[in-house]
Design a protein around this ligand. Structure first.
Ligand code: TXE
Length: 497
């Protein structure tokens, strides 16, 4: 396991010598330590990224040359899938099969952006038609420069891949700050990228706390673009830092995504997608469909079926066979989630099942929790809980369902289920969210845009949209005519004559 900072192709200790404990959330044991970077380390990492960018060792390559390295990274990740997945479980707590998906998806993300890097070569220098045919205008895409990326702890390597792969494909260099809570696989990515042939200084990885490492990164004058995934509070702070230098910015923030289930739905299918939508990854998912609106004709039946299935979920150490729900990532998330469950009870919502899982004496375990009859103005209906806690409410008409679904400060994702296709399409268009799932919840594809409306963020990751985050668009306009342009000199002549 790596513990040092990866700066300019070398592994170095934090200048202050500070370290952060790595805690296994299933056992609450300290299993490792990682360096705690501060402003001086961040400055060294940004300088390395800037020198690499200015030297053109990466940004000056063709897309095809960059694609080769990206594919090597993907291959190297694939070759280490099991080891990386186990590190993820140790750090984050998620069940091992889910960690394996993450690693496979991370590799797929590098392969996908390798393809887009190659396409960039073909797209380069497209002429566009302008209104005066004596001029020729072409448009080129160029890397935005040095990227500062800050990521959270819920999908550690995958969130790194969502930012590193498109940024590298675009030709940017970067400084990546993983969450202080789950940095182990991001550090391995430094090693993987170096072995894949990435030039020194192109990708720098610094571990550290938000205020002491993240903040100096967001404020550094040599950072051209900030890419962030995390909480709304921190996103807002980062936006304020970016405002000082008008830094390019993309934000993927929280969510409180609704799932609208109409009365004609198959209840078994609805239960399965609702469970997946809130219990996978312990509900620590920005797009978790945590507010479920059910038509009153099937409401009580569905609540009862959901309870039955939720109680069957095996809770335990993510390393153990058959576990579907691991511990929450750390003590502070555990306390937050249990605090919000207590709030829900105080607010008068019906606690169907769940709460702290005390069968296991160590670890941050919360049982699958279902609240029914939740008031639309209550804290648990409106706030992101980020744990295995689902809130249900009934509705009696399509318009009421849409109104309740959209009554949120967030707008990341939403889901709708019905056998009536026309209704699904209508509701999908009426929902104010960046991602809408019909008859399912949570499928995520590297080819499709990801991001939210309202307080859920700015910009889109993944697909072509994710690449555009890291590209500047430049027009180059040439005067092709041999005859004089004549406008300025003619005006001047008129004035003197
Ligand atoms: O998030 P933070 P936290 C939500 C979720 C969770 C809550 C708090 O509701 O309960 O946020 O989690 C870095 N300048 N999400 O405290 O603080 C930090 O070091 C620069 C939703 O972990 O946003 C980490 O790398 N950086 C979310 C990253 O920001 C700073 C996923 C995220 O941490 C910083 C995670 C600062 N001043 C939590 N302060 C999602 N959308 O998926 C912190 N950081």
């Amino acid at each position: 396991m790596k513990s040092e900072l990866f700066i300019n192709g070398a592994w170095v200790a934090a200048q202050s010598g500070g370290m952060i404990d790595v805690i296994d959330p299933a056992s609450e044991q300290v299993v490792h330590q990682i360096a705690s970077a501060e402003a001086a380390d961040i400055d060294a990492a940004v300088k390395a990224a800037k020198s690499a960018f200015d030297a053109g060792t990466w940004s000056g390559m063709t897309g095809a040359e960059r694609a080769k390295v990206l594919r090597n990274i993907a291959t190297n990740i694939e070759a280490r899938t099991e080891e990386l997945a186990r590190l993820e479980v140790l750090d984050n707590g998620k069940p091992l099969p889910e960690a394996r998906w993450d690693i496979e998806d991370a590799a797929a993300c590098f392969n996908f952006y390798a393809g887009l890097a190659e396409e960039l070569d073909a797209e380069d220098a497209q002429n566009i038609t302008v209104s005066d045919d004596r001029f020729t205008t072409r448009v080129v895409k160029e890397p935005v420069g040095v990227v500062g990326a800050i990521i959270p702890w819920n999908f550690p390597l995958l969130m790194a891949a969502w930012k590193v792969a498109p940024a590298l494909a675009a030709g940017c260099t970067m400084v990546l700050k993983p969450s202080e809570v789950t940095a182990l696989t991001a550090l391995e990515l430094g090693d993987i990228a170096q072995k894949a042939g990435l030039p020194d200084g192109v990708l720098n990885i610094v571990t550290g706390f938000g205020p002491s490492a993240g903040q100096p990164l967001t404020e550094h004058p040599d950072i051209d673009k900030l890419a962030f995934t995390g909480s709304v509070t921190t996103g807002s702070r980062i936006m304020q830092s970016a405002a000082k230098d008008i830094k390019n910015l993309s934000l993927e923030l929280g969510g409180k995504s609704p799932f609208v289930v109409f009365g004609d739905s198959d209840i078994e299918q609805a239960v399965e997608w609702i469970m997946f939508g809130i219990f996978w990854n312990q509900g620590e998912v920005c797009s978790a469909t945590s507010r479920v609106l059910v038509e009153d004709t099937i409401y009580e039946k569905l609540v009862a079926r959901l309870e039955l299935e939720a109680r069957k979920i095996t809770i335990g150490d993510g390393m153990d066979e058959g576990v579907l729900l691991g511990p929450l990532v750390n003590k502070s998330q555990y306390d937050k989630v249990l605090g919000l469950i207590a709030t829900g009870v105080e607010e008068g919502a019906r606690l169907v099942c769940g709460g702290a899982h005390t069968d296991i004496c160590k670890g941050y375990f919360v049982a699958p929790t279902i609240f029914a009859d939740v008031d639309e103005n209550s804290v648990i209906w409106q706030e992101e809980i980020f744990g295995p806690v689902v809130c249900l409410k009934s509705f009696s008409s399509e318009s009421e369902a849409v109104r309740l679904a959209n009554d949120s400060e967030f707008g990341l994702a939403a889901a709708v289920m019905s056998k009536d296709d026309a209704r699904c399409e209508r509701v999908a268009r009426a929902l104010r969210a960046g991602i809408v799932w019909i008859n399912c919840s949570q499928p995520t594809f590297v080819e499709a845009p990801w991001g939210g409306y309202k307080k859920s963020g700015i910009g889109r990751e993944l697909g072509q949209w994710g690449l555009n985050n890291y590209l500047e668009t430049k027009q180059i306009t040439r005067f092709d005519d041999n005859s004089p342009w004549g406008w300025y000199l003619k005006q001047a002549d008129n004035q003197t004559g």
